[in-house]
Design a protein around this ligand. Structure first.
Ligand SMILES: [Zn+2]
Length: 513
């Protein structure tokens, strides 16, 4: 029996939205648990759908588990210095108090950029390594959208990532981390480590593992095979502006030649498939017209993916481009979800079910050019926002989206929340009495996660580009810190050209001012 310290600190940072992610946001109970510490970690995380849940399932019975702290800030703007230092400080402080430990497992995202440190996880792991010393194995699990850095690879001994996008394998990833850590407990720290970055960024829409080439790339991942502790592919999160942004292949192995050979072979395979990363996208007008035409004869809903307002990428979930097109073009049987507007939800509650209210809905939190949608809505249904999720991506979680309302205008319904949630689960629709499969058109604020739950019930999926806080084409972002020579999309312009174009001096700064 080993004494294993466990914890988690998640954030997926979109550096190009104005808002910051503060400590209160990490601490609040939203579409995921609030920040939990010590003995409270296991009741919150033990039986649900995070990587730590899977890890505890396999290791909890046979080892002494020392829970440190677990928190997830979801996706959003830069993590404030205050939040970063309070959370990293407490996690590392609790680890210091727990010493000696035989091993450490951390459930991380891998795309955290904070005000003080652009490589949020690298800095955390550097501190963890400083506390545990040179002999204690440290294994981590990461989101598929991690931007892996050399520090993250050098400080760890096992690194596994989700192999699915939509992410339907979080607990299984924790179980793979448990398998890697069991091996490390038996054999000690491995000698070989390799990190290879691809020379291009991959837009999130093109990272989906339900289609090629990502489907066969993730199938090449390995844990505890031959000389390998792990061979992992992580696709990266383009809206994080840091030197090491972008997809990577990582190997930990019992020898350096084995790590190098495995990483080189896989990175070469992916590089050869660069032109294949390409999903078609259309304007809201085109998308809505096509959906309306299909809906006339379809027996299943046509899904419009409002990809650029996906709060899972740090967008605000309150833009109105798709809603405006649906209403203007006279769509019938259409449902929009989930639009975050706490003021509108409060106004609906005050007016009561059945009332008609004039509202300027959404469109309040940017980006530039996005306006509220003015109209008279019927309050069709109210909800508390408290429910349990049911989907494959994040099912079995007790969530609190704040007061909710179903607002209807013409043939279009809008499922309004008070807190942001990506449209990756059907529970919030059903909470408002809406059966998703019975709709003609479903407009979903999601990039890819919706596909797990909604593609099987859809006639067709159409990805639309309406203004939003996440840009589907990374070449549109004014990167300041990305290393030179990286193509900003497959076969696209490189990072140096983009920086000059955006009139930013190119500086390889490693901390944020
Ligand atoms: Zn992800």
């Amino acid at each position: 029996m080993a004494r294993i310290a466990v914890g988690g600190f998640h954030h997926e940072t979109n550096c190009f939205v104005a808002e910051r992610t503060d400590f209160a946001y990490f601490a609040s109970h939203r579409d995921r648990p609030p920040l939990v510490r010590g003995k409270d970690v296991i009741p919150w995380l033990g039986e649900t759908s995070f990587a730590l849940s899977g890890f505890l399932r396999d290791m909890g019975g046979s080892h002494e588990i020392v829970p440190l702290l677990w928190t997830s800030g979801g996706a959003g703007g830069l993590v404030t210095a205050d939040a970063y230092e309070r959370i990293a400080g407490e996690l590392v402080g609790r680890l210091s108090e727990a010493m000696p430990v035989d091993a450490v497992y951390l459930d991380l995202h891998g795309a955290m950029v904070s005000e003080p440190f652009e490589d949020g996880e690298g800095e955390l792991l550097r501190r963890v390594r400083a506390v545990v010393g040179p002999d204690v194995p440290v294994a981590i699990s990461l989101d598929y959208h991690a931007n892996v850095t050399p520090v993250m690879v050098a400080t760890t001994d096992g690194l596994v990532g989700y192999r699915t996008y939509p992410h339907v394998d979080r607990p299984e990833t924790g179980q793979l981390a448990a398998r890697a850590l069991s091996l490390l407990l038996a054999r000690g720290r491995p000698a070989g480590r390799a990190l290879r970055k691809l020379p291009f960024l991959i837009p999130l829409n093109d990272q989906c593992t339900l289609v090629e080439p990502s489907k066969s790339v993730v199938a090449r991942s390995a844990v505890a095979e031959g000389e390998l502790v792990n061979l992992s592919y992580l696709a990266g999160f383009p809206p994080s502006d840091l030197y090491w942004c972008g997809p990577a292949v990582i190997a930990h192995a019992w020898s350096q030649p084995a790590a190098d050979a495995a990483a080189d072979a896989l990175v070469r395979e992916i590089a050869l498939r660069e032109p294949e990363f390409a999903v078609p996208m259309v304007s809201p007008e085109e998308g809505v017209r096509e959906a309306m035409a299909l809906a006339r004869s379809a027996s299943r809903p046509v899904v419009l993916a409002d990809t650029q307002d996906n709060p899972g990428c740090g967008a605000t979930a309150d833009t109105t481009g798709v809603l405006e097109a649906l209403v203007r073009l006279g769509a019938q049987g259409a449902m929009v979800g989930y639009l975050c507007d706490a003021e509108a939800a409060a106004a609906a509650r005050q007016a009561g079910e059945g009332a008609e209210i004039a509202l300027a809905l959404g469109g309040r939190s940017g980006p530039e050019g996005v306006k509220p949608f003015d109209g008279t809505f019927r309050v069709t249904r109210l909800g508390s926002g408290k429910m349990r999720t049911t989907g494959q991506v994040s099912g079995g979680r007790d969530i609190d989206l704040g007061p909710m309302a179903l607002l209807t205008i013409g043939g279009v319904g809008v499922a309004v929340t008070s807190k942001r949630m990506q449209a990756l689960d059907q529970a919030p629709f059903r909470h408002l009495g809406v059966e998703p499969s019975a709709q003609k058109i479903l407009a979903l604020k999601s990039t890819c996660h919706f596909r797990a739950e909604f593609e099987p019930i859809a006639e067709k999926v159409i990805v639309v580009i309406a203004p939003g806080g996440y840009l589907a084409d990374p070449a549109m972002y004014p990167y300041k810190r990305l290393r030179p020579g990286v193509r900003l999309r497959p076969l696209g312009p490189d990072s140096l050209a983009a920086c000059v174009h955006a009139e930013h001096g190119f500086a390889m700064t490693r901390g944020l001012g």
